[in-house]
Design a protein around this ligand. Sequence first.
Ligand code: DCS
Length: 497
Amino acid sequence: TGEVMPAGGEFRKHEDEDRSFHGSRLRMNPNVVKAQYAVRGEIVNRAKIVSQEVAQGKHPFDTVVWCNIGNPQKVGQQPITFIRQLLSLCEYPQLLDNPAVTQLFPSDVCERARALIADVPGGTGSYSESPGVPALRRMVAEAVQRRDGGCKCDPEDIYLLDGASAGVHLMMRLLLRPAENDAMLVPIPQYPLYSATLALYGGSLVPYYLDEDQAWGLNIDELKKALAEARRKGQCVRAIAVINPGNPTGQCLSYENQVDIIKLCAEEDLVLIADEVYQENVYASSKKFTSFKKVATETGLAYKFPIVSLHSTSKGFIGECGRRGGFMEMIGFPDAARDQIFKLASINLCPNISGQIATSLMMNPPQEGEPSYELYMKEKTGILESLKRRATTLVSSLNKLEGVTCNEAEGALYAFPRIRLPARAVEAAAEQGKSPDGFYCMEMLMNTGIVVVPGSGFGQKDGTYHFRTTFLPSESEIGSVIERLSKFHADFLKKYS
Ligand SMILES: Cc1ncc(COP(=O)(O)O)c(CN[C@@H]2CONC2=O)c1O
């Protein structure tokens, strides 16, 4: 069914032909064709065209608002000064020899930079060890130990990454065996990195549904039923992915939920993939982040089964998405698996050094009394408090719309409202071969310029429709975004009622 690249022939793009070349065709990996990633799907691709057309006055709005992706600096969030100052000096150490440097950079930044430069053999342009620069891994491990109230963290368990995505890919490659009917438990709604990588590496997704009526709570009995049902069907469930705080749902797990999950993994021989990239994004005063590693330690089950915990420089208040920084902490993996993980990391040579440095700085911020501390805390607090205000404003506005309900965004960067759509809208969507919420989101784009992602891209209970939006537009513009969205929603209901 596939196509074969012509031997020796140059493969040219065929706009008006059937994409064959010299009669030959390109045979592609069907898993690649099967994988989907809605965060940058059809709506976003259309939005790119619209954003070019807006300048020519072709649309009833003058800006496209990118609410499809948690990309804070794309929509105006400022980088953290401390991080950028240190990266600047690490990228061009000669600055430190310039007498003017002390006028441009605080003394603690200069000292840190000298230490980092000494710690990174060959500088930021050199390959490092595949798991990352040893000194930076140690810095991250010490910080994880402090974060978790003293729970031991071995630097050998820390792998620095080109973003948390790289850690998920690595784990999927390690665990999913062809022709073994391997599967993974994934929350629904889920961040589509999980469904996409399962498709890419030949695994299958076993859904466990979060309960929208219980603030997207996780029901451990539901999880156990999903596991038993999958096994009954002959699926070999290898792991469970947990996203805490949740994406797209924003819920923060209770400590009890976490204990239940850990006990289940230990009893059922499951690898726990703890996706904790939003650990700094907790807004609900009744919730606080506790790492699964800490809960496992306090439950007496740490190192009794494999846990891989993921963190990233892309989220939190740092928002260094393009830096491609992050790390995974792996505990409870047998040595034979660790050897294979090292080999997988080696095939990619090493994570980028700038991202490694940013990760070590994310985990080791300025301390009270240091010259950089005051500005750092001002920037951090300013961003997190603003995110909390924007989350509250957006969710309360969404709940005022007819037929819309939206749980509180307890954490992360998103709201995931449920929308009730008129039958005529569902019919119109079907006529265009679109999902109802995909149809709604495309109409939203074409009428308002606001780019969101249909709930169908994250998974949802049959018969329900959602969309995911970030609350990243600045506080000066989020009001107008809400106005545009509210007017669109009312007009849409009128048009299809
Ligand atoms: C839950 C979760 N895990 C991992 C990642 C990947 O992070 P890295 O940038 O470190 O690879 C993301 C990114 N969030 C995507 C990107 O922006 N909006 C999203 O939903 C995420 O939301």
